[in-house]
Design a protein around this ligand. Structure first.
Ligand code: PMP
Length: 437
């Protein structure tokens, strides 16, 4: 009897369990690198999150929300966004976009920018649709397009190194206008824009955004604009919102993140701002998947924005202070890396920095005909042997283009001064060992 039972159970388990939409997207570099970093790294400049505290005004707002008199903050709130949060977001984005917004139809709160992206692809991309993705890209765009049944079409930013021997800047990575235009066709449903860009830190100029906007209008294409690093822009540069360009409001969804804005990535509060004609479909996906994001976190983020709205443009504003502090950290890391010959590409925005490892190749020999891109092997070797974690740049490229960009790794510099000093010590020691060998 027992034998018969186990036999039939086994037979049943041989049936395929994986849905077809997951084919080819089940490998994920973060799983591997986060594990490696936790196991081996002494200094983790890999994954993008601050190791310094979130601002006190925000954590205090959270504490007040948890223990205050309004016990309803422990219950469900409105599905598409806690009313105080959508209201303050609408007020802020009215200023930023220069148009009137209805908090109930033009704003939706999501579980981080991540879920906002997921809603966009599920709601707007159909089987057979093409979605243009600019490389290098935040890696989840590709599997999210595929899960929706769409086909990603990649167009790379092309590096033009300065001729005067100066360090490269993220601004030296540019789209080739003819190449970009060639990717648009009647099958194109949307383009994903990420400015400031993770991993390069590129802040797209008005001219570049104008070119993208023109093509979107010409081909009736939607724009999914991931602007989670909107406040992290350096050297007096300006972040321009593509939704504010002529003809773009009606075809753009703008995505943001309280995690990045207020240095609280674990809270997972994000949002989408856009026209009701697009957001109504995002609401359908959101309603039928997660329903809503933690009420307490939304309440605290609403209070954080309330503060920022009052202090808008003033020196005490967190939106002014955070980039100032991060610019200093960027400059430290640039100096450390440049000092040892790991050439940094100076980012105009975000808290990431990409560096050229060509001069360090002798430490980690190439394995010809390996399936694994060189920068993967290099980053793994560095974590295990030097205790320093970073992410290989090729992880931000499509399979077809990965092998053209294997000489770079990405560092996150949203870290305490002590963490950046410890990274500098590792790099200096490494350089000395190289010199003496
Ligand atoms: N977009 C980009 C470009 C990101 O870098 C990240 C986080 N690394 C996200 C979206 C996701 O943001 P959140 O943590 O708010 O989900």
């Amino acid at each position: 009897q027992t034998h018969f039972l186990s036999h039939s159970l086994q037979a049943k388990m041989s049936r395929p369990v994986q849905a077809r939409r997951l084919e080819g997207i089940d490998k994920n570099i973060w799983v591997e690198f986060v594990k490696l970093a936790t196991t081996y790294s002494k200094v983790n400049l890999g994954q993008g999150f601050p190791d310094f505290p979130a601002p006190a005004f925000l954590t205090e707002a959270f504490r007040r929300a948890v223990s205050g008199e309004n016990h309803m903050l422990h219950q469900y709130t409105r599905a598409f966004g806690h009313p105080p949060l959508v209201k303050v977001l609408a007020q802020l984005f009215e200023k930023l976009l220069g148009r009137e917004l209805d908090p109930m139809t033009n704003v939706m709160v999501t579980v981080g920018a991540y879920q906002a992206l997921f809603c966009c692809f599920q709601a707007l991309v159909d089987e057979g649709d093409e979605v243009i993705i600019i490389e290098p890209f935040f890696d989840c765009y590709e599997p999210m397009v595929k899960m929706a049944g769409g086909t990603p079409v990649f167009v790379p930013l092309r590096p033009n190194p300065p001729k005067d021997g100066k360090l490269m800047s993220s601004a030296d990575w540019q789209l080739d206008p003819a190449e970009l235009a060639s990717k648009f066709s009647e099958r194109t449903k949307a383009i994903v824009l990420n400015s400031p860009n993770n991993p390069l830190g590129k802040v797209f100029s008005r001219g570049e955004l104008g070119l993208i906007a023109e093509l979107c209008v010409k081909h009736d294409v939607l724009c999914i604009s991931d602007e989670v690093y909107e406040w992290l822009v350096y050297d007096g540069k300006q972040h321009i919102r593509i939704a504010s360009l002529p003809g773009m409001w009606d075809r753009t969804v703008t995505i943001g993140s309280a995690g990045k804005t207020f240095s609280a990535t674990g809270w997972k509060v994000g949002w989408v701002v856009g026209p009701d004609r697009l957001l109504q479909h995002l609401r359908t996906v959101h309603q039928n998947s997660v329903y809503h994001c933690a009420t307490i976190a939304q309440e605290a983020v609403a209070q954080g924005f309330q503060r920022e709205l009052t202090l808008y443009g003033k020196p005490e504003s967190y939106f002014v202070q955070l980039p100032k502090e991060l610019q200093q950290k960027r400059d430290w890391l640039v100096q450390s890396l440049d000092g040892v010959g790991m050439k940094p590409i100076i980012p105009e925005g975000t808290y990431f920095l990409v560096a050229d490892i060509s001069q360090f190749k002798s430490d980690v020999p190439d394995v010809p005909n390996s399936d694994e891109p060189y920068d993967h092997r290099f980053a793994k070797w560095m974590i295990k042997n030097k205790g320093l974690a970073a992410i290989p740049l090729s992880a931000f490229y499509s399979e077809a283009h990965k092998n053209n960009y294997t000489n770079f790794i990405r560092f996150c510099f949203a870290k305490e001064e002590a963490t950046l000093k410890a990274a500098n010590d590792i790099l200096q020691k490494w350089k000395q060992e190289k010199n003496s060998s």
